[in-house]
Design a protein. Structure first.
Lengths: 229, 414
């Protein structure tokens, strides 16, 4: 990875569904390490679609997405999965924790899947992550025993499990009250500032978006503004 | 893989009741298979043993498999020869050069042979006449190929040698004639020879045709009775290894030319029935397992349906399609494996239960219970089929799960 390469780059990305609906049109975007980017826009503007494209969950119809300088278009589904596992972290609106497993086990799943840590080191890492998000006491609780804000923080801990360079969040505060929503954004800001991770957050909440260091505004699948603090 | 196993276990343990039902379905299929297979194969093994026990393993007869070739046909093997009005040679029937053949057979390791002359005779006692098939034997040699010795109720096979014109008959025949040990009957052969014979033994084999209509005497006596001096018309063989009967029979037939039948050939109709019986058993238990696999298909489908969000998150976390497919396949395998283990236990219990059953009827062979084969291979076969069908049933929903697009799921949920 050369330093000249941005962490993430989208070049003229357009995504059209087979039915003919265009989700995003001609998006070009560069994200550097340590940036906290809020993607805003009215519903249906293609925010989430863009996030899935940048998160390698979806492939663009035209244009290309480069992660750390690598063109992802040429990669197989398994290669993309491997990249998501080790370089990316996802947080969704609904926390999507596996209900059968405790908070710690949920955080452990990506660590174990990657398999680069010993079982003991994995356990330690999961506890450390939960602790850093103020969830030390919740480690051995099932998701149903946790509040919405706690669950979302567990999901963030899980997204951070394999030390990703880029964290992508799709309306992570959509189901949270103002206080918890603010707390989640504070966590993201800290992750970007202190740990140098790039954070991409899709939100429709303009006020929360102000906490980000950069705001990309989408209307009808096109970037209409891109402002930095 | 351990992770996949843990995830699968977690998902199944959340739906214990459903899992239990599908596991039970598989278990019942396995158990029934084991119990039915034990009964059938037990009975078949018993039956074959009885057949092997009672009958000679190989019989050499005084006939050929195909009619004697005519000289004209031998002279022109490829010609279209038509022969009319052939008059068969009226030669003395019987196995020729029997002594040499016996010597050759006795030289084969693990084989015992006995010369025999069979025929029919009319036994007359008082006013009663019964037609029986009589067998002329050499008691010492015959004892090595047949088990009639151990079926004797009164007297011994050897008594034939110590009594002039001794006769051994079945107990049912003795009853019909109204004779007892030591009584003298008159035997008349189709050739018109008649002999006074003394009953020196009575046997009971459990096989009605033998008990009602068979008699044994010395070979020499029967040769006199049938007016066929120095003739034998059968050589019976008993082998140490019964599985060698068929190949040895073929070898002897090609060597001697006499029609030679193994016990398998003589009982082919019954052995065919066994094949059909087994086919029925496999289809019945196959049907049970099929129903059980629908149960597994159902539960895995439900899990996949309910777990679409989890599938999306696992994929976004970096799980591949293969991982997701394995995750659900493993759940089917777990259900199949648990079903197989439980089924083996239930099957074992069913066998033990069947072993306690007693029939109130006294069968001729003296069996009043199920004959059960306790064969570990039955368990292995049943378990294998259960796990294989479970895997197959889980494969379809597992593949569907693997192909789910996380983007569509997340979009649908948001």
């Amino acid at each position: 990875m050369s330093t000249a390469e941005p962490l993430l780059a989208a070049e003229a990305v357009t995504r059209t569904l087979p039915e003919g609906v265009t989700l995003v049109t001609d998006i070009s975007l560069r994200v550097e390490a340590g940036e906290f980017v809020a993607i805003t826009g009215p519903s249906g503007s293609g925010k989430s679609s863009l996030l899935y494209l940048l998160g390698l969950l979806d492939r663009p119809s035209t244009g290309r997405v480069l992660l750390e300088g690598r063109d992802t278009a040429a990669l197989s589904a398994a290669d993309l999965a491997a990249l998501r596992l080790s370089r990316l972290g996802f947080v969704f609106q609904f926390h999507f924790l596996l209900p059968e497993f405790t908070a710690r086990e949920n955080v452990l799943i990506p660590i174990r899947r990657k398999g680069s840590l010993t079982p003991d080191a994995g356990q330690a890492r999961s506890l450390e992550l939960l602790d850093a998000l103020g969830l030390a006491d919740a480690a051995d609780k099932l998701p149903e025993q946790l509040s919405g804000g706690m669950r979302q923080r567990v999901a963030i801990a899980r997204a951070l499990a394999n030390d990703p360079a880029l964290v992508l969040a799709d309306e992570p505060t959509g189901n949270l009250d103002t206080k918890n929503a603010a707390a989640v954004f504070d966590i993201f800001a800290r992750l970007a500032r202190d740990e140098g991770r790039a954070i991409l957050v899709v939100t429709h909440d303009a006020e929360l978006a102000q906490r980000a260091t950069r705001r990309v505004h989408l209307v009808d699948g096109r970037i209409v503004s891109d402002e930095r603090q | 893989m351990k992770l996949i196993l843990d995830l699968a276990r977690g998902m199944l343990s959340r739906r214990r009741r459903q899992t239990l039902v599908s596991v039970l379905g598989v278990a019942l299929g396995v158990a029934f298979f084991i119990a039915i297979a034990a009964m059938m194969s037990g009975f078949q093994t018993y039956f074959v043993q009885q057949v092997i026990d009672v009958q000679p393993h190989i019989v050499i007869k005084d006939e050929t498999r195909s009619p004697t070739p005519q000289a004209a046909q031998m002279a022109m093997p490829d010609g279209a020869v038509q022969i009319n009005g052939v008059k068969p040679v009226d030669r003395v029937r019987g196995i020729r050069a029997a002594g040499d053949k016996l010597a050759i057979i006795e030289a084969i390791p693990g084989a015992a042979a006995a010369p025999i002359l069979t025929g029919t005779a009319l036994l007359r006692y008082g006013s009663r006449d019964v037609s029986v098939s009589v067998t002329g034997i050499d008691p010492v040699r015959y004892a090595r190929v047949a088990n009639i010795g151990k079926d004797m109720l009164h007297g011994r096979l050897d008594d034939l040698r110590s009594t002039a014109n001794g006769l051994i008959i079945g107990d049912a025949l003795a009853l019909r004639l109204g004779v007892e040990m030591g009584d003298t009957v008159v035997a008349v052969s189709p050739r018109g020879v008649s002999l006074q014979m003394k009953i020196v033994g009575i046997f009971h084999t459990g096989i009605a045709t033998l008990d009602q209509g068979a008699g044994y005497m010395l070979l020499k006596v029967n040769q006199v009775l049938q007016d066929r001096p120095n003739v034998i018309n059968q050589i019976q063989l008993r082998l140490a290894d019964v599985t060698q009967a068929e190949p040895l029979a073929r070898e002897l037939e090609s060597r001697f030319g006499d029609r030679t039948e193994s016990w398998e050939e003589q009982n082919r109709n019954i052995l065919t029935v066994f094949v059909i019986q087994n086919a029925i058993m496999y289809s019945v238990t196959g049907a049970i397992l099929l129903v059980a696999s629908f149960g597994i298909y159902n539960i895995i489908s439900t899990v996949v349906f309910e777990k679409t969000r989890d599938i999306a998150i696992l994929k976004s976390l970096g799980f591949t399609e293969g991982d997701v497919q394995r995750l659900f396949l493993v759940q089917g395998l777990i259900a199949g494996f648990l079903g197989a283990v439980l089924g083996c236990l239930i099957g074992q219990l069913m066998i033990e239960g069947l072993a306690q059953v007693r029939f109130q009827t006294a069968t001729p062979a003296g069996n009043d219970r199920f004959l059960l084969a306790r064969d570990w291979r039955i368990y292995v076969i049943a378990s294998f089929f259960a796990i294989a069908s479970a895997a197959l049933a889980a494969l379809i929903p597992a593949r569907r799960a693997a192909r789910l697009d996380p983007v569509q799921i997340v979009r649908g949920a948001a």
